[in-house]
Write a protein that binds this ligand. Structure first.
Ligand SMILES: [Zn+2]
Ligand SMILES: [Zn+2]
Length: 82
């Protein structure tokens, strides 16, 4: 089973139709806000503007551990997805 399929299953199990629906959910927003509040700056460049939360692994989507996530600014986030 591919990674894509694996995280889709996690997301479906939580009652979301898709990964993007999950990313728009209050559940994910409160989780990512919490991460941003803890880290406060981009973990790669130290920027504190336009922070986003990146999944280092999709293994625990919906039940992410702090170590599964990384706080990145928008430009670093775009870089890691290149
Ligand atoms: Zn950055
Ligand atoms: Zn990402």
């Amino acid at each position: 089973m591919g990674v894509q399929q694996m995280f889709k299953n996690h997301v479906f199990a939580l009652g979301f139709e898709s990964y993007s629906e999950y990313l728009f959910s209050c559940l994910w927003r409160s989780k990512s806000d919490q991460m941003i509040n803890i880290k406060k700056v981009c973990e790669l460049c130290g920027n504190n503007k336009s922070l986003q939360v990146h999944h280092k692994t999709y293994e625990n989507v919906g039940n992410e551990k702090q170590r599964d996530l990384q706080v990145l600014c928008r430009s670093c986030h775009e870089e890691v997805h290149k």
